[in-house]
Design a protein around this ligand. Structure first.
Ligand SMILES: Nc1ncnc2c1ncn2[C@@H]1O[C@H](COP(=O)(O)OP(=O)(O)OP(=O)(O)O)[C@@H](O)[C@H]1O
Ligand SMILES: [Mg+2]
Length: 286
């Protein structure tokens, strides 16, 4: 394994919510320790609502932690920075800008000079297969193309770490498979440290060097499954026995977590109030 690029050390995150006069703190991420190697592709899976998006958002520095810390290259993360880029699910392209204009946006904010900017954008549009659509507006693109443009936009700022939260969730099954193949190709070309959250076990196993399984809320690392499938990977690896076995391993871990989530929710209903962790949160979440 290469050196550690990003580390979570005992990370806990809580949301404060107001119910009438009472302020409650619900712990959503609880004591997560995780190390991501330089150039690694890490996937995170876990039951719905367990805290995956919260964890990813906290890596961007946009959410305060109630305990622990994130480190990037050994230095604590204290707020947002261009060393981390995030791709969220759904539309994020600026509708009044062309594809080229959207991809260039981050570089404009960074005040890169015009020639360097043009060159970088052209290079990225080639990489994500959108060279012929550079002058199109987002509404003229298919869902898959929009996600490619989103990817190019995140790659443009040349961050150290790429964070992807269910980037393909809105796509149809076939486009989604093709995008997985695209993403693995792009990653192989750039070897950027990447963390991707997904509900698709097949997507996680196909893309990842390791799959992290989170348990039910509050998110804790339940298990890390190394994916030792050879690279470069093509979609037909999904038909191999080795792939299916890994899928099964991850699925078994998630299934138990889903059952525990259902049990927790039943307990919530029985108690007539949400699960609340009294652990203090230093600052209020935005
Ligand atoms: N801003 C917020 N304020 C209060 N509670 C929140 C906030 N955002 C999320 N939560 C709660 O935190 C928990 C975890 O939410 P989060 O979005 O991180 O889950 P997730 O694992 O990404 O779920 P999904 O798989 O459905 O995307 C949920 O119970 C959610 O209701
Ligand atoms: Mg989420």
């Amino acid at each position: 394994m290469n050196g550690v690029k990003l580390a979570a050390e005992g990370v806990s995150i809580g949301y404060r919510t107001r119910e009438g006069r009472n302020i409650r703190t619900a712990t959503v991420v609880d004591g997560v320790d995780l190390e991501v190697a330089d150039g690694e592709f890490l996937c995170i899976v876990g039951p719905s609502g367990c805290g995956k998006t919260t964890f990813m958002t906290a890596i961007t520095g946009m959410l305060p932690l109630s305990a622990g810390r994130f480190e990037l290259d050994g230095k604590p993360i204290t707020g947002p920075g261009t060393d981390r880029a995030m791709v969220f699910q759904g539309a994020q392209l600026l509708p009044w800008r062309t594809v080229r204009g959207n991809v260039a946006y981050g570089l404009e904010v960074l005040r890169r000079d015009r020639a360097a900017k043009q060159e970088r954008v052209t290079e990225l549009l080639d990489l994500v297969g959108l060279a012929d659509f550079a002058d199109h507006y987002p509404h003229q693109l298919s869902g898959g193309m929009q996600q490619r443009a989103n990817l190019a936009r995140a790659l443009a700022v040349d961050s150290d770490v790429l964070l992807l939260d269910e980037p393909f969730a809105a796509l149809d099954a076939q486009t989604r498979e093709l995008m997985q193949a695209e993403l693995t190709r792009i990653w192989a070309a750039q070897r950027k440290t990447s963390i991707l959250v997904t509900h698709s076990i097949s997507e996680a196993v196909f893309l990842a060097d390791r799959v992290v399984v989170f348990g039910p809320r509050p998110a804790r690392v339940r298990k890390i499954v190394p994916i030792d499938l050879p690279r470069p990977r093509r979609l037909d690896v999904k038909h191999t026995a080795g792939f299916r076995e890994l899928e099964r391993t991850v699925w078994d871990l998630i299934e138990t977590a889903e059952i525990e989530t259902a049990d927790l929710e039943t307990a919530d209903l029985d108690a007539g109030s949400p699960v609340v962790d009294p652990a203090p949160v230093e600052r209020e979440a935005p």
